[in-house]
Design a protein around this ligand. Structure first.
Ligand SMILES: [Zn+2]
Length: 267
């Protein structure tokens, strides 16, 4: 009896020791690590005229006369043992996503969850190939507001959205902002770029989709919209809110058109 008691105490002590390992052995300070995958094969720049008329003084101060550095990116996260993608890139012939996932040791069938920021082609193109789903085991999370906006519009859903919905039938979750999402991921509305454009928070990190197409310009001048913003006024409001949130809470940003694979910190 005494021996048994002792072994329970020792097991408890071992557990305590495991929980009090030095910080370096635990998760990074920022929580889950976000890996940015450039889907574009060649360097990408957003042309300056995409943002309307930007005064010469701003252009020269920011050094963006040749355009604003950008990318087409996908985020890969491993959280609670699950492989999670945020968006899926273009799905073009020269798209880099599949090759880079393989390099990272993640097979398409090993992707557990995919969260979509919005339904533009450069974010969902990589989900379907020849009408078939690319990620055979993944649950696909799409904000309900976004899905409804595209599927209920006059004339019906665009072809790529209709194909996507069919390909992922039975694995598609249209969620609202009050739903609990897997792996403690928080979805926040950031509408304007599209009717249901959504960003995702993981601890101190924010995956911000298309809240900024030219971050060098828009992080200091959020009032400039890319032509792609469907509701410019709402997009500006959302952009300002996200920038404020990042500043006040010290959050790192990851954007689908940011030119860097590193966390972006707003100063
Ligand atoms: Zn985009």
């Amino acid at each position: 009896m005494k021996t048994r008691f002792l072994s329970i105490v020792m097991a408890g002590m071992a557990l305590l020791a495991a929980c009090s390992q030095p910080a370096s052995k635990q998760a990074p300070e920022n929580g889950t690590q976000v890996k940015v995958i450039f889907d574009n094969a060649k360097p990408r720049t957003m042309p300056l005229d995409l943002f309307g008329e930007v005064p010469e003084a701003i252009v020269s101060e920011l050094g963006i006369a040749q355009g604003v550095p950008a990318s087409v990116s996908v985020m890969l996260v491993n959280r609670a043992g699950k492989n999670i993608l945020f968006d899926a890139g273009n799905g073009n012939k020269d798209s880099q996503l599949m090759g880079k996932l393989a390099e990272a040791g993640v097979k398409p069938e090993a992707v557990d969850y995919i969260f979509i920021t919005h339904l533009h082609g450069d974010h969902i193109g990589g989900l379907v190939k020849d009408g078939q789903r690319v990620f055979s085991q993944a649950k696909l999370y799409i904000p309900a507001t976004e899905l409804e906006a595209w599927t209920n519009r006059e004339g019906g859903a665009p072809q790529n959205v209709a194909t996507l919905v069919k390909a992922y039938e039975g694995s598609l979750v249209a969620f609202t902002y009050t739903d609990a999402l897997p792996c403690d991921i928080k979805a926040l509305p950031a509408h304007g770029h599209t009717p249901g454009h959504t960003i995702y928070q993981l601890d101190k990190q924010l995956i911000v989709g298309d809240i900024m197409h030219g971050v060098a310009l828009q992080q200091v001048h959020p009032e400039y919209c890319a032509r792609y913003d469907m509701n410019p006024e709402q997009a500006i409001e959302s952009r300002k809110k996200v920038l404020e949130l990042a500043k006040t809470q010290g959050l790192s940003l990851y954007g689908m058109h940011f030119p860097s694979t590193e966390a972006w910190v707003i100063k």
